[in-house]
Design a protein around this ligand. Structure first.
Ligand SMILES: O=P(O)(O)OC[C@H]1O[C@H](OP(=O)(O)OP(=O)(O)O)[C@H](O)[C@@H]1O
Ligand SMILES: O=c1cc[nH]c(=O)[nH]1
Ligand SMILES: [Mg+2]
Length: 208
């Protein structure tokens, strides 16, 4: 498993605002989208390109363009929706799959409740979007379902990860590529990331 942690002044700055309990929901959403853009730049670094000959206003030249087929973006509902606009901004022709999972409050086991994946998963790079990687149960289940549907080239994108979640994914999916904004200290007894940012879904959608 390869894990890339974005170590960038803009990520540190924006995370300091995202983590702040006083940051209102509207700004929280904007900041998640901004960190999402920085994550998207790193996550798309390995997309395959092909040569193309074009004519500038001055001369013919060889350039590069993304090779077809378009990638697939899979936000894990709900909180993964917070990263979707950033990825669609940079990959406007991407296909979008949806996967609904919620973490049972007591067992912390992910409960699936919705799934809709686009076709040809086996031929496309697939980006799983979820701001929070805590125990790793939800990400592991998302990757398991996508592999079962044929996906072979999978990248998980998260804003914050706990060491416990990274270890779980290393065991369950050693072939997974992971891009994260930061790795925090640990989980608390309720499975929340410390120092963390609280409940990402609730802060994005005003449900707490
Ligand atoms: O690594 P884990 O221990 O599985 O925890 C992480 C999951 O928890 C959150 O979702 P939540 O269950 O709160 O659902 P929500 O996005 O609808 O709020 C988060 O968005 C992840 O999907
Ligand atoms: O800290 C956490 C852990 C899981 N889900 C969240 O939204 N936050
Ligand atoms: Mg939540």
């Amino acid at each position: 498993m390869t894990t890339t942690v974005l170590d960038h002044p803009l990520v540190h700055h924006k995370l300091s605002l995202i983590r702040d309990r006083k940051t209102p929901g509207s700004l929280f959403r904007t900041l998640i989208e901004e960190v999402g853009l920085l994550l998207a730049v790193e996550a798309t670094r390995t997309l395959p390109v092909e040569p193309v000959v074009i004519e500038t206003p001055l001369e013919r030249t060889e350039s590069q363009r993304l090779r077809q087929l378009d990638p697939v973006l899979v936000p894990v509902l709900r909180a993964g929706l917070g990263l979707l606009p950033s990825f669609l901004r940079l990959l406007p022709t991407a296909k979008v799959g949806h996967l609904g999972l919620y973490r049972d409050h007591d067992s912390l086991v992910p409960v699936p409740y919705y799934r809709n994946f686009p076709p040809l998963l086996e031929a496309r790079p697939v980006f799983v979007l979820d701001p929070m990687l805590a125990t790793g149960g939800s990400a592991s289940e998302a990757v398991r379902q996508l592999k079962g549907a044929g996906a072979a080239n999978l990248t998980l994108v998260a804003v914050l990860a706990a060491p416990e979640g990274l270890r779980r994914l290393q065991e369950d999916h050693p072939d997974l590529r992971i891009i994260v904004g930061a790795v925090d200290r640990q989980l608390n007894e309720k499975g929340y990331i410390l120092p963390g940012l609280g409940d990402a879904g609730d802060r994005l959608f005003g449900t707490a």
